[in-house]
Write a protein that binds this ligand. Structure first.
Ligand code: PGA
Length: 231
C-alpha cells in the first residue's frame, strides 16, 4: 500500500478543483503533505468552466468537480455527496416552515453565482425545468461573498452545503426546506481517459478516496456510538 512507501515519494502534485472544494480539500492536503514530505502541491481553484478549460488543455494531474464534462473522454470516480441547499439568514420568515413550495422563491431577492459556475447551472436547470424565474438582485463570483451578502440581508441563494464547512451548520445562516431541494450531486475526481497518472497523482487519488471514506465512516460510527450511549 501507499503507506509502505512512506517518505520515498517525490515530486509535484498539480491539482485543480471547483470553488466549493476549498471548504474541504485544503484540510485533506495538510495530513497528506505531512505523510509525504517530498511532495509539493500546486492547487488551482476556479469555477466549473475554468476547470473544464484546464482539463481540455491537460494542465493538471487531477481535477475535482461536481458536473462531469460532456464532450471530453474522462475517467471519473465519485467520492462524496455535494448537496446544493437554499441558504437564508437565520431569522428569515420562512426559516421554520416545512416543505416550502418552489414557486415561493420568486418573491425573494436572489443572489446568483457568475456565468460559468457549475452551482449556477444546476440551480438554473432546476428553475427552468419547473418554469420558475427568480429575481436576481445580485450576481457574485464567490461563495464566501454570497454567504456574507445573505447574512447582510441582500437575499437568499443556493450553494453547496459544504460552504457551511464539513459540519454543515452556521449560527448566522439557515437552510430553507424548499420543495425540490437539496439538489443531489456528487464530488468526482477525474482525469483524461487513458492518461497514465504520475506516481504522485496516483498516491493522492488513493489518499483522497481513503480519507473521505474514513471521515464519513467516522461520522457514521460516532452516530452509532452516541445512539448506544443514549440507548
Ligand atoms: P462552481 O462549481 O464553483 O463552478 O459553482 C461548484 C460545483 O459545480 O459544485
Amino acid at each position: 500500500t501507499v503507506a509502505n512507501f512512506k517518505g520515498v515519494k517525490q515530486g509535484r502534485l498539480r491539482l485543480a478543483a471547483v470553488t466549493t472544494t476549498k471548504y474541504f480539500v485544503p484540510r485533506l492536503l495538510g495530513p497528506f503533505c505531512q505523510r509525504y514530505p517530498g511532495i509539493d502541491v500546486e492547487f488551482q481553484v476556479t469555477n466549473h468552466e475554468g476547470l473544464v478549460a484546464r482539463l481540455s488543455e491537460n494542465l493538471d494531474d487531477l481535477y475535482i468537480l461536481s458536473q462531469l464534462p460532456e464532450h471530453l473522454d474522462i475517467s471519473y470516480h465519485a467520492f462524496l455527496e455535494n448537496p446544493l441547499v437554499v441558504l437564508a439568514p437565520i431569522d428569515h420568515p420562512l426559516a421554520h416552515e416545512k416543505n416550502i413550495p418552489l414557486k415561493r422563491l420568486v418573491d425573494e431577492p436572489f443572489i446568483m453565482r457568475e456565468p460559468g459556475s457549475g452551482t449556477r447551472s444546476s440551480v438554473q436547470k432546476l428553475f427552468d425545468e419547473q418554469g420558475i424565474s427568480v429575481r436576481v438582485r445580485l450576481e457574485l463570483g464567490s461563495n464566501e461573498a454570497i454567504k456574507q451578502a445573505i447574512i447582510g440581508g441582500l437575499g437568499i441563494s443556493v450553494l453547496s452545503r459544504h460552504t457551511l464547512g464539513l459540519e454543515g451548520t452556521s449560527d448566522k445562516l439557515t437552510i430553507l426546506d424548499v420543495e425540490g431541494f437539496p439538489i443531489r450531486r456528487q464530488w468526482y475526481a477525474i482525469y483524461p481517459a487513458g492518461k497514465q497518472l504520475s506516481v504522485v497523482a496516483q498516491t493522492f487519488f488513493e489518499y483522497l478516496l481513503e480519507e473521505v471514506k474514513r471521515i464519513t465512516a467516522g461520522i457514521n460510527s460516532d452516530a452509532v456510538e452516541s445512539e448506544k450511549k443514549s440507548g
